[in-house]
Design a protein around this ligand. Structure first.
Ligand code: M6R
Length: 369
């Protein structure tokens, strides 16, 4: 049932192109519009939304962090992301025109469920992004958009994350479309890129041999740092979470621009720093800033592992190890850049002789607060 792979996690990583394609299936028209008829909220309800909150835990929270960039950029509606375990305790300002989106693979996470109940009590509209049909969170929500990732067995979330991103992109584009913030051809252009991600991912997955070799090299590191900017920041956090969770190693993710405000003192001779580089497309300002952050850590002895878009030859000079990923529009880039980090964590854990699918102290679904 592991489909010839050593671990469920590796199988689930390999399933990601199909999982994305399944999540898109039936939700796009021939003209490149988003069809979300299954979401039981009327267009008028969605037009009335003046604020979006996304609440989730762990990896699903990282999907929410990425979604904030996309939703605000496309819809111009303010969007906040919050850890479900913190949400209700700070008495967030919610009313009928607030849309609260929960993201949960299992649909049973107690922190997320309690946040949802709190939002409902405050009369907010509640939409669940969930991978598990009929689970508690979608049952208690006003509306649901299922990710069609298929069952995820490994404790570490992989294909659920990428399909959650796809669901968030669909919601963002749908909101932008019905509110008239984006022209039909602009939505169609993003949709076309989304539709090409499964093929790009298949190509990327075929090029991961180097990452396996790198994992063997890094298995004795005492810490691994991850840096990124914009949507690369949640990707950095996700890379660090995976490594902690699976390899029991100290790992931490930072917004690249924050390094100089403290964390750069952690860099010592040989400290591995995984750098997620934004696309050089457009003006490439963010990309250039991350490249200077890479130079800064390298000057202090870091060993740099650089994830950058194919063809970005300029980064090569600063990379001790370069992992090229297929070109994607900036907001969709986490669909590519996350994958080498999943494989890195999985392979480091395997090289350390650990139980990849069932790390210690963790459960697949966390049903206590
Ligand atoms: O089922 P959920 O998406 O609500 O679960 C949330 C987290 O517990 C989950 O993403 C956790 O962080 C993963 N084990 C990370 O790989």
């Amino acid at each position: 049932e592991k489909g010839g792979y050593d671990y469920f996690m590796l199988k689930e990583i390999a399933d990601q192109p199909d999982a994305i394609a399944e999540t898109l299936l039936g939700r796009l028209s021939d003209r490149g519009e988003i069809i979300l008829d299954e979401v039981r909220l009327t267009d008028q309800d969605l037009r009335d939304v003046d604020k979006v909150f996304i609440v989730a835990c762990g990896t699903s929270y990282h999907a929410g962090m990425v979604a904030k960039y996309a939703i605000e950029h496309w819809t111009r509606i303010p969007c906040e992301v919050e850890l479900a375990s913190e949400f209700r305790y700070r008495d967030p300002i919610l009313d009928r025109s607030t849309l609260v989106i929960t993201i949960s693979q299992s649909g049973e996470t107690m922190d997320t469920l309690m946040a949802l109940r709190h939002a409902k009590e405050q009369k907010a509209r509640v939409l669940a992004i969930c991978n598990t049909n009929g689970s508690t969170i979608p049952r208690e929500s006003d509306a649901v958009l299922y990710t069609h990732g298929g069952p995820e067995i490994a404790v570490a979330s992989t294909k659920a994350f990428l399909t959650q991103l796809v669901a968030c992109y669909l919601i963002g584009l749908h909101l932008a479309q019905i509110r008239g913030v984006m022209y039909a051809d602009e939505v169609a252009a993003v949709v076309e890129k989304l539709q090409s991600t499964p093929d790009s991912l298949r190509t990327l997955l075929g090029q991961m041999e180097d990452v396996r070799a790198l994992a063997r090299d890094l298995k004795t590191a005492s810490t691994v740092l991850f840096i990124g900017r914009h949507v690369g920041y949640p990707v950095a956090l996700e890379g660090a979470l995976k490594l902690k969770e699976l390899a029991y190693m100290h790992a931490e993710g930072f917004a690249a621009g924050e390094l100089k405000h403290g964390p750069i003192s952690l860099i010592d001779e040989g400290t591995p720093v995984v750098c997620v580089v934004p696309s050089p497309a457009g003006r490439g300002v963010m990309r250039d800033k991350v490249v200077s952050n890479i130079q800064e850590v390298r000057a202090r002895g870091a060993r740099t592992i650089v994830i950058a878009e194919e063809g970005d030859e300029g980064v090569r000079a600063y990379a001790d190890h370069l992992i090229p990923v297929p070109s994607t529009p900036t907001l969709l880039a986490p669909l590519m850049t996350t994958v080498p980090l999943q494989i890195l964590a999985c392979e480091i854990a395997a090289a350390r002789g650990l139980d990849v699918d069932q790390p210690r102290n963790l459960a697949k679904s966390v049903t206590v607060e």
